[in-house]
Design a protein around this ligand. Structure first.
Ligand code: ATP
Ligand code: MG
Length: 236
């Protein structure tokens, strides 16, 4: 049984429909990537799963139960974490305060402390910089902070939108290593990436979206070897 499943999802913004019958599934402990050109609807897919935008039709289940019609905080509470595109951190808050914000649905102080320790173990650099303001961190550190914040609810699965976008090559490698480390920790991961080759290399399976529709799917290796996918999406 899939941990997360989308069946024929139609969704959009206001009156404009962006997704047309998108279907995908993520099995427990899988790493799945979603690739495709700009404007294909990759971020929109994550936003409809989290309950942020207009639902027009189809089914979404997490752990076998419907999640359509729930608020984003309720979906977080079911164990699905989300790191939006754009390394969004609170610039005027410290690293620790940023992480605290990630645990806003949790009341139990002890659980918050445990989650903070877990994040600091995964990201020692955040532990060293607990008192630094989010806005003064480097791009790569801000991406870590955004990921760390999403882990504060100790999700079963995490969706990460464009983690390597705009990072220097050193941090790009670090981000992919981190994703693999999270996978080793037992997290189920779905990632949207413009760095499609790297993403497919670390993924069990991948989906290619185009114009709001499913275009290709397969194992990471299958998509890397597919001539059409190579030509159209992997630069040759
Ligand atoms: N808030 C919004 N209101 C209206 N239209 C939007 C909004 N956000 C995105 N769109 C439109 O939805 C379509 C899909 O956008 P989306 O952000 O999902 O693409 P994407 O595949 O994530 O692209 P990118 O690789 O550039 O991040 C685009 O045509 C975009 O203009
Ligand atoms: Mg996007």
């Amino acid at each position: 049984m899939a941990l997360l499943e989308l069946k024929n999802i139609d969704a959009g913004y206001g009156r404009s429909q962006i997704l047309y019958g998108v279907s995908l599934e993520v099995m427990e402990k899988e790493v799945v990537c979603v690739i495709g050109p700009n404007g294909a609807g990759k971020s929109t897919t994550f936003k409809i799963i989290m309950g942020f935008i207009n639902y027009l039709g189809g089914e979404i289940t997490f752990n076998g139960a419907n999640i359509v019609g729930f608020r984003p905080d309720q979906i977080l509470g079911k164990g699905l974490g989300y790191v939006p595109q754009g390394r969004i951190v609170f610039n005027q808050m410290t690293v620790r305060e940023n992480l605290d914000m990630g645990a806003y649905i949790e009341r139990d102080k002890k659980k918050i402390e445990e989650a903070m320790d877990y994040v600091f173990t995964l990201f020692p650099r955040l532990a060293e910089r607990q008192k630094q303001l989010g806005g003064t961190m480097s791009g790569g550190e801000q991406q870590m902070l955004a990921m760390g914040r999403a882990l504060m609810t100790r999700p079963q699965m995490i969706m990460i939108d464009e983690p390597s976008l705009g990072l220097s090559p050193r941090f790009v490698s670090e981000v992919f290593e981190l994703i693999l480390r999270l996978a080793e920790e037992g997290l189920t991961i779905m990632v949207v990436e413009q760095n499609a080759t790297r993403a497919l290399e670390i993924s069990d399976r991948g989906y290619v979206l185009e114009l709001g529709r499913n275009r290709y799917e397969g194992t990471g290796q299958e998509l890397l070897n597919n001539q059409d996918v190579r030509r159209m999406y992997l630069g040759g």
